[in-house]
Design a protein around this ligand. Structure first.
Ligand SMILES: NC(=O)c1ccc[n+]([C@@H]2O[C@H](COP(=O)([O-])OP(=O)(O)OC[C@H]3O[C@@H](n4cnc5c(N)ncnc54)[C@H](OP(=O)(O)O)[C@@H]3O)[C@@H](O)[C@H]2O)c1
Length: 360
């Protein structure tokens, strides 16, 4: 599949799935320690997970990768990292044990397994079978395939939580999205347009058409000059109501300068700084406005995978207002190659691993 291709072909009918056919062991990509993902992620046999109350057992069709998947393994101590018998956080698959929940066997779902759960309970997305909370999964919209649906929940819900729940974006408002070609940014453009907002976006020049196709009204090439300087020169009128930082910067300048382009009641949403923490801490939390501090609200989006977000997001997908975004698809055995792709930081859309080779 080519970069950024958004498909919307009908999904296959419900797959046969019998609990009798569930094996005791399975293949997975497990974490063997702390460090570079290509060194510590290993392919092998692990037990099929036992379910806790409220969890469903899912036969995984496809898993999608996230930047945090490789970054977190450099931060966690080895004894915690090793708890993940299967890594990664988002899937599409078929319910093979509904475990007394609202689901039934054979239901085709998509959903997310939060980072904390993977290291607490041991099972994430890169396995043939995994346990998912019934509260963090939902029936897959019929207009998307498992390969497309696998990448809807983490980046999609991060954009949803930020724009809709935290910033309460309204029709007619204007939003700036820094990093419109990141997966988070690309879903955010579509959500903001579906809401009836005016959308300005930054990306590198080669991705201008990509973000415009998603609905961007205005474009800034961040490679031409520092973005805050371009925004100061543009002097937007009206100022943006919401600024979404969807890259993960290690410099708080975009926030520090935001009074000039973010409306007084506006909110600066951040997917999370990736370094420069001392400067961030001082500029964002400590420096009072009389000492030059920024008179704007800064909010971190810490994704909370809520069922209500999944329901609302899936509805937008079903209505065709939000399209899935797939950068590339790799086989289960080629998962390390899939990580090479995401580690370039150049993907447009989700990097997906087809766990079940027969999945659409
Ligand atoms: N807080 C949360 O709960 C949460 C949840 C999900 C993700 N995140 C974070 O959100 C960030 C984005 O994740 P993702 O999965 O959406 O990323 P991604 O899809 O892997 O990002 C790749 C894209 O980043 C763009 N990019 C790279 N450097 C850029 C820059 N300086 N300015 C603008 N665009 C740039 C690239 O476009 P070009 O080739 O044009 O540069 C490429 O299209 C990551 O830091 C991730 O850790 C946080």
């Amino acid at each position: 599949m080519s970069a950024g291709q958004a498909q919307a072909t009908p999904a296959a009918p419900t797959t046969e799935a019998s609990s009798k056919s569930i094996p005791a062991t399975q293949k997975s990509w497990r974490v063997t320690g702390s460090g570079d993902i290509d060194k510590v992620l290993k392919f092998g046999d692990v037990p099929v997970p036992k379910l806790k109350k409220g969890d469903i057992l899912v036969k995984v069709q496809a898993a999608a990768l996230n930047p945090v998947g490789h970054k977190v393994l450099k931060l966690l101590p080895g004894f915690i990292a090793r708890r993940a018998k299967a890594h990664e956080f988002e899937i599409a698959g078929v319910v093979v044990d509904a475990n007394g929940t609202e689901f039934k066997e054979g239901d085709e779902i998509f959903g997310a397994i939060p980072v904390l759960s993977v290291f607490q309970n041991g099972y994430g997305a890169l396995a043939q079978y995994t346990a998912v909370s019934a509260q963090q999964a939902i029936l897959r919209p019929k207009n998307v395939t498992p390969t497309q649906a696998a990448g809807l929940s983490i980046a999609g819900l991060t954009a949803y939580q930020g724009l809709i729940d935290i910033a309460k974006l309204e029709a007619g408002q204007s939003v700036f999205i820094n990093g419109g070609s990141t997966a988070v940014g690309s879903f955010a453009i579509q959500l903001a347009k579906a809401k009836g907002a005016h959308v300005a976006v930054s990306a590198s020049g080669k991705n201008e058409q990509y973000v415009r196709n998603l609905g961007a009204d205005e474009f800034f090439d961040y490679t031409k000059a520092p973005l805050h300087e371009q925004l100061l020169a543009a002097d937007p009128n009206p100022k943006y109501h919401v600024f979404l930082e969807a890259v993960g910067m290690n410099d708080p300048t975009l926030f520090v300068e935001s009074e000039k382009y973010l409306a007084p009641g506006g909110v600066f949403l951040d997917v999370g700084p990736q370094g420069g923490y001392l400067k961030f801490f001082w500029k964002v939390f400590l420096q009072p406005s009389w000492l030059g501090g920024t008179k704007r609200k800064w909010k971190l989006i810490a994704l909370d995978v809520k069922k209500e977000y999944l329901v609302a997001f899936a509805k937008l997908v079903e209505e065709g207002k939000v399209k899935p975004l797939v950068d590339s698809v790799f086989s289960f055995e080629d998962t390390l190659k899939a990580y090479e792709r995401i580690k370039t930081s150049r993907a447009t859309g989700k990097v997906v691993v087809k766990v079940d080779p027969t999945a659409e």
